[in-house]
Design a protein around this ligand. Structure first.
Ligand code: GDP
Length: 468
């Protein structure tokens, strides 16, 4: 298929969603006001909401069908495999230099004082810089807070042949081309910043990824996680056993409810009803395509009370989850061996689900979403975040480009000319996103459908010598 066709297909899909977010949220507002001043209108508004939802569902269904009948499904599968094989080959080559004693290295310590998702993202960032500077990544992980024995006892080592961090010359980032060993700090204190940081993807892959995938940076992160998270045999069989024991079965929606220390500091509280309304809608939609014998949810949370609450409020659902995993996720017990297996399991199950409902303010759910990309040619639309849009901690500004002009109709709306770059802060899931217009510096709301994402690229090495 040509790229324009794929972009258009995805754009119609997401703008149909946006159209519905807009009407749904506006109608709810009007209904609230009608309740007070014109109660006789409340029923008519409910009618609009209900039939409107059916309209939207049917439209989305048809758009999804397009990708099944346009004849490109096999191409998408193959292109996705080819691209993944290509970068996995490059990773293997980078990580297994012929001579480790003389190889250029990038050393990264897994000692960031944060949670598992945050640490995975730290390792992924290190890998991006390693790939960008063509240095073998050495992951130092002895004494890791989640497993004192180190990363390699759980996952395959980042290299089969080269794990020794020493070398002739050692320096802190940035060093120079000839420094054999470079120590990389955490992304927050990285200076100078190389061009290889998110949201940039390798320029040589960009045309293919732009065509294949709705959010190429998520694909790119997913590929690095695929490499780093190759499980040791023991880990793999433990995951497999636990999955079978829990009765993990599709179709299933993965729900991640992040509570405890996150609420009130980095994220707002969201009741289980809010998550479940999106789960309901997922299944209502799915039922247009197939009969659903059982509505299933995999529920992960750091608050063990959530599972019991969900099971009692949604008895017609089969809610899979393990309260003992949640218990090890509490702040007081979080950094231990038992909690490590729990969070590995939860992320695995979430990523294996058909759809994710969660808060992207949590790295746990972002990691699950990234890994999910490994199971489909393009899983970029298989989520609903209750708060943030996707981001990568420490990323460069996320800019979008205006495809349509906008004249403010209400207070707080942005003036836009076609071609304006806008730094996006967030989607409010009501048809509007907030951002800063980089031409005018105005911080305001704009209709989300009026912009297009901009794919950022950087000149990463292209590893052509592999094919010689
Ligand atoms: P964030 O704080 O939510 O952005 O994500 P982090 O991964 O950086 O830190 C949160 C940590 O809390 C995780 O790594 C887990 O140790 C724990 N945690 C949070 N949510 C869950 C969950 O649903 N299941 C499990 N097992 N642990 C969780």
């Amino acid at each position: 298929p040509n790229t324009q066709y794929e972009l258009l297909r995805r754009r119609i899909y997401s703008n149909t969603q946006e159209l519905w977010y807009f009407f749904h949220s506006s109608l709810l507002d009007i209904q609230k006001r009608a309740n007070e001043v014109a109660p006789e209108l409340v029923d008519s508004i409910s009618y609009l909401l209900n039939l409107g939802l059916e309209h939207k569902r049917s439209l989305i269904y048809d758009i999804e069908q397009l990708s099944e009948v346009d004849g490109y499904a096999t191409w998408r599968e193959k292109e996705s495999n080819d691209l993944s094989n290509l970068v996995q080959e490059r990773f293997k080559y980078l990580q297994n230099p012929e001579n480790c004693n003389t190889a250029r290295k990038l050393v990264c310590s897994l000692n960031k004082g944060c949670g598992y998702g945050c640490q995975l993202h730290h390792a992924v960032y290190c890998f991006m810089v390693a790939y960008g500077t063509k240095r073998t990544l050495i992951l130092k992980s002895k004494g890791w807070r989640y497993h004192k024995g180190g990363w390699e006892e759980i996952f395959k080592p980042a290299s089969d042949t080269c794990t020794n961090p020493s070398g002739e010359s050692v320096s802190n980032w940035p060093g120079n081309q000839d420094t054999q060993v470079l120590n990389l700090p955490i992304i927050d204190s990285l200076s100078p910043r190389p061009p290889f940081l998110p949201l940039a993807i390798p320029e040589d892959l960009a045309p293919r990824l732009t065509r294949l995938h709705g959010d190429p940076i998520v694909w790119w992160v997913g590929q690095i996680l695929k490499y780093l998270l190759r499980p040791q045999e023991k880990t793999a069989s433990r995951i497999q056993e636990t999955m079978t024991k829990m009765g993990f079965q599709r179709p299933i929606v993965g729900v991640h409810v992040r509570r405890t220390d996150k609420v009130g500091t980095e994220a707002a509280f969201h009741g289980i009803e809010e998550y479940m309304s999106h789960v309901d809608e997922y299944f209502n939609h799915l039922e247009l395509k197939q009969t659903v014998d059982k509505r299933r949810v995999y529920l992960a949370s750091d608050d063990p009370k959530v599972l019991a609450e969900a099971r009692s409020k949604y008895p017609h659902y089969e809610i899979i989850g393990d309260p003992s995993i949640s218990k090890t996720a509490a702040v007081s017990t979080r950094y231990s061996d038992s909690s490590l297996f729990g969070i590995i399991m939860d992320i695995h199950m979430l990523s294996m689900s058909d759809y994710l409902v969660c808060t992207f303010s949590s790295q746990v759910c972002r990691v699950a979403y990234e890994i999910m990309q490994n199971y489909y040619p393009d899983a970029s639309a298989r989520f609903r975040s209750l708060d943030d849009i996707y981001y990568y901690g420490g990323q460069n500004p996320h800019n979008v480009v205006a495809a349509l002009p906008h004249k403010p109709k209400r207070n707080g709306e942005m003036s836009i000319e076609v071609g304006d770059s806008i730094g996006i802060a967030g989607n409010h899931w009501n048809g509007f996103s907030k951002g800063r217009n980089l031409r005018t510096n105005q911080v305001a709301f704009y209709p989300s459908f009026k912009v297009k994402d901009k794919i950022e690229t950087a000149k990463f090495p292209t590893y052509t010598e592999i094919y010689k």
